[in-house]
Design a binder for this molecule. Structure first.
Ligand code: DWN
Ligand code: ZN
Length: 419
């Protein structure tokens, strides 16, 4: 029986003893990033003390799910949340395209309800609402739910679970489409989540989830995407197993460029069997269901970390000013596991109001507005938000210094690379 960390339980974390998809105890530790603070726990002052938690990754020999060994109490991470879906140009664009797909292909009728779990500031639902659809958002972050409600997107400030699904069903009826983007990886009790989602879904309804893809994590050594919010690192295999446990058959799997490489997986209850998904064979051929793959990833992570530290050390020893571009959650894993602090980065910049004026967790680097970077024109700029490389390079085409892109393999962009 899984110990569930309930709100008000006082528990800060629990250790994982069974796989959250298949239940086996046959879990092997494959990656150890030591301890880090919570990736989104930005500080108000540099002298504030934050809690650090072990950041270790286990591989499940039963279903190939990669997962963290420690589950931090979600109340510590998600009740106030500094990340906004609208903080880049690329994500709202991605959601506009998804809104088009939902309304043209997922919906049987425009009268159906669309529920989004983890709806953040309502970026996707606002695009759906503009198309005349009925929408309901759910997000535990009170600050984000407030922003979404203020823009006219009804949003319940709560964690989604099966009890909540029952209440929504009673009040609003079943949903024709349920969207869960960048939220499955954050959920500890996936069985309760799936129970809730499938009980809320109409019989012919569709569940669509987007998750960062473990194939990209492995191929591009995206170790910075490992942090306490991301409890699971999915391939298609464990998702299909989870879906089928709850009577959902796979309808499609699509690769996406967002967040360093993601997949969108859709499932329907009314399908008789899974549609043929070539991903399963691809994943086998790439070794995504072998423990050795992730043991080797661990070695490649060590190499990448050393390479980045060496590159920055070299530039700094010549007296160059270096700053960071973006204060994403993943940037804090990178800074903490590589121990890159204010001795290396003068500051980082970010566009998000919730982050500006704060300090990065662990390394305590100040966060300023983008204007500061444009005024200073630092010699080098470490692109912590490397997943928006194209967007940033285009936006900062007047920057006279050089970007350092840390993932997949640290590279210093020349002016030529950028034009
Ligand atoms: O699952 C999660 C993913 C999907 O999103 C979360 N747990 C939280 C979040 O992860 P992240 O914080 O690593 O996401 P992003 O989208 O890579 O964050 C980019 C950051 O960079 C934001 O704080 C905004 C900032 N930024 C900026 O300041 N100027 C971004 C761009 C493109 C810019 O031009
Ligand atoms: Zn498993």
């Amino acid at each position: 029986m899984r110990t569930k960390i309930r709100s008000g339980s006082g528990l800060d974390f629990r250790r994982v003893s069974r796989c959250r998809v298949c239940g086996t105890k046959d879990l092997a530790k494959v990656i150890d990033l030591k301890s880090t603070p919570l990736a989104n726990s930005f500080l108000n002052t540099p002298s504030e003390k934050e809690s650090w938690f072990p950041l270790e990754v286990l591989y499940c020999n039963g279903c190939a799910l990669l997962q963290l060994s420690h589950v931090v109490n979600p109340n510590l991470m998600f009740k106030e949340y500094p990340y906004r879906s609208s903080s880049s140009a690329s994500m709202p664009q991605h959601f506009r395209e998804l809104a088009q797909l939902i309304s043209s292909e997922f919906m049987a009728s425009s009268k159906q309800l669309v529920v989004e779990i983890g709806s953040n500031d309502g970026t996707l639902l606002a695009a759906l609402k503009e198309r005349g659809l009925q929408v309901l958002g759910i997000d535990p972050a009170a600050n984000l739910a407030r922003i979404a409600n203020e823009r006219g997107v009804e949003t319940l400030p709560q964690f989604f679970d099966s009890d909540m699904a029952d209440q929504i069903r009673e009040r609003r009826g079943k949903a024709g489409v349920i969207i869960a983007n960048n939220v499955l990886a954050h959920v500890d009790d996936l069985h309760d989540f799936m129970q809730g989602a499938t009980s809320l879904l109409e019989n012919d309804g569709i569940l669509s989830v987007e998750v960062p893809y473990v194939g990209d994590l492995n191929q591009n050594v995206e170790y910075d995407t490992i942090y306490h919010e991301h409890l699971s690192y999915f391939s298609v295999h464990p998702i299909s197993r989870l879906f089928s446990n709850f009577g959902l058959r796979l309808e499609s799997v699509t690769r996406l460029d967002v967040h360093g490489g993601s997949i969108r997986v859709t499932g329907r209850k009314s399908r008789k069997k899974d549609s043929r998904i070539p991903f399963m064979e691809f994943e086998k051929r790439c070794g995504l269901n072998k423990v050795e793959t992730y043991e080797s990833l661990s070695g490649r992570i060590e190499y990448q970390k050393e390479y980045l530290k060496h590159t920055l050390g070299n530039l700094k020893s010549k007296g160059s000013m270096i700053v960071g571009y973006g204060a994403p959650a993943k940037g804090n894993t990178l800074l903490n596991v590589c121990e890159i602090g204010p001795e290396t980065l003068d500051y980082v910049i970010d566009t998000t109001p919730e982050k500006i004026g704060k300090f990065t967790p662990g390394m305590h680097i100040p966060i300023y507005e983008t204007e500061r970077f444009r005024k200073d024109q630092p010699r080098y700029c470490l692109m912590l938000a490397w997943n928006y490389e194209k967007e940033i390079v285009l936006k900062e085409r007047d920057y006279t210094g050089q970007f350092i892109v840390p993932i997949p393999s640290p590279k210093v962009l020349s002016q030529n690379n950028r034009s």
